[in-house]
Design a protein around this ligand. Structure first.
Ligand SMILES: Nc1nc2c(ncn2[C@@H]2O[C@H](COP(=O)(O)OP(=O)(O)O)[C@@H](O)[C@H]2O)c(=O)[nH]1
Ligand SMILES: [Mg+2]
Length: 404
């Protein structure tokens, strides 16, 4: 499953984001929420389902379809706040960073309202400095990469001195547990211009540059400008956009999303996560406090940034940063169903360049063994095993046993 990690300073809203994102339909998460350890839960990314295009009523099994939107599960990891010196183990920081490294992409949650101070304590909105907060945490993450590299220097050197091992192959085992591929290492070496340099000749600057590049390439990261509902947030958000670029900063109010999902669960409102509106079902059933809260969300969030940003951030991380495609495998191409007749039962997130064979492997190794070709259900065209899957493909895998 695709894994997304939440990093950021204490009190920026990571756990609120996590709680909102993992709260969907009846599936209330039962993980203990403590600040001392990381929480892992199921969140969803949202994409336009192919059910409308194909004009069928679907019965999703691995995912959920609401109003023509397909919600596909991913794993979300909530990490306790990182503090200065985290990479050296301060505040259990090294353990948390270790967990963060299991993620395919990261969401860096920042308090855009500036209501936490340099120590991560709640303060009057506007006094904090979200950009400085961002750089502080970024520094810890990069230093973590550097530390891992340095700690393994001797073994890297040994592998290289052996003779036939390239720098990439010598480095690979060090990072393989951190979802780092050979290609990522190669790219980082090339970008920094140290691809031909044996590790024993690396300068301090080489270590730093390589750590920075590998961090960037291996953990694509979106910046979530949280607490946009509070006063000074808008100004800070513009500053963040100027500093980091509009495409990687997502305005957000995690608290608003949590309020909306809770209200939806209590059937007080109709709300599909990610949408730009919600509808009160029966005004008379709302308490004064609920009325006030929904009003606040409408005014300070939907009216300003159009949506709460929680669903948006997850979608951008998975579809834009990781460039995942959504593939719908079906057993029966005519009925678009599995064996039991469930229509469009599964929606899989597949990485770019994944092929028909990769899809078969994801379902079952036996299926991959007997695979002959894939059928593009929308067009009826036969696709070879090495066909590169595209977003929204509906595929029926044709195997030796099935053809008999
Ligand atoms: N106004 C506002 N407060 C928020 C938002 N998100 C989180 N908070 C508050 O910020 C504080 C810290 O949130 P929490 O999720 O525990 O932060 P964490 O330490 O990063 O996990 C809590 O009081 C939250 O209610 C938001 O979008 N808007
Ligand atoms: Mg927390």
């Amino acid at each position: 499953m695709v894994k997304i990690g939440l990093i950021g300073k204490t009190n920026t809203g990571k756990t609120t984001f996590f709680n909102a994102a993992t709260l969907m339909n009846a599936e209330v998460s039962t993980y203990p929420f403590t600040t001392k350890k990381s929480n892992i839960g199921t969140a969803y990314v949202q994409t336009l389902c192919v059910c409308r295009e194909l004009n069928v009523k679907d019965n999703p099994r691995n995912s959920i379809c609401i109003d023509g939107w397909r919600f596909i599960p991913i794993e979300l990891i909530d990490l306790p706040g990182l503090i200065k010196g985290a990479y050296m183990g301060r505040g259990l920081g090294d353990q948390f960073l270790n967990v963060a490294m299991q993620a395919d992409a990261l969401l860096h949650i920042v308090d855009a309202s500036g209501s936490i101070n340099a120590e991560g304590k709640i303060c009057e909105p506007g006094l904090g400095n979200p950009i400085a907060d961002y750089y502080e945490i970024e520094y810890e993450v990069v230093q973590w990469f550097k530390k891992v590299l340095k700690q393994n220097r001797i073994s890297i050197e040994r592998r290289m001195r052996g003779g036939n091992t390239t720098l990439v192959d010598a480095l690979y085992p060090v990072f393989s547990g951190m979802k780092v591929t050979r290609k990522m290492i190669m790219e980082s070496l090339e970008k920094t211009g140290i691809e031909g340099k044996p590790i024993w000749n690396w300068s301090e600057e080489d270590y730093e540059k390589f750590a920075q590049e590998l961090r960037k390439i291996s953990k694509p990261t979106l910046i979530v400008a949280n607490k946009m509902d509070l006063g000074p947030a808008e100004e800070n958000y513009e500053k963040m956009v100027e500093e980091f670029g509009r495409s990687i900063v997502v305005p957000c109010s995690a608290e608003a999303e949590l309020a909306l999902r809770r209200a939806e669960q209590k059937k007080l409102i109709k709300y599909v996560p990610g949408m730009e509106m919600f509808k009160v079902i029966d005004e008379a059933k709302l308490t004064a406090k609920q009325k006030w809260a929904l009003n606040y969300v409408q005014r300070r969030v939907m009216g300003r940034i159009f949506r709460t940003g929680v669903q948006q951030a997850l979608n951008i991380a998975v579809f834009k940063l990781l460039k995942m495609n959504v593939i719908y495998p079906v057993e029966n191409p005519r009925k678009l169903s599995d064996k039991r007749g469930n229509v469009l039962p599964d929606a899989f997130l597949m990485p770019p360049n994944a092929t028909i064979l990769d899809l078969a492997l994801k379902i079952h190794t036996e299926l991959a063994k007997g695979l002959i070709y894939g059928l593009d259900v929308k067009t009826g065209i036969r696709l070879p095993k090495d066909y590169v899957l595209r977003d929204r493909d509906v595929i029926s895998l044709i195997t030796a046993s099935k053809r008999k």
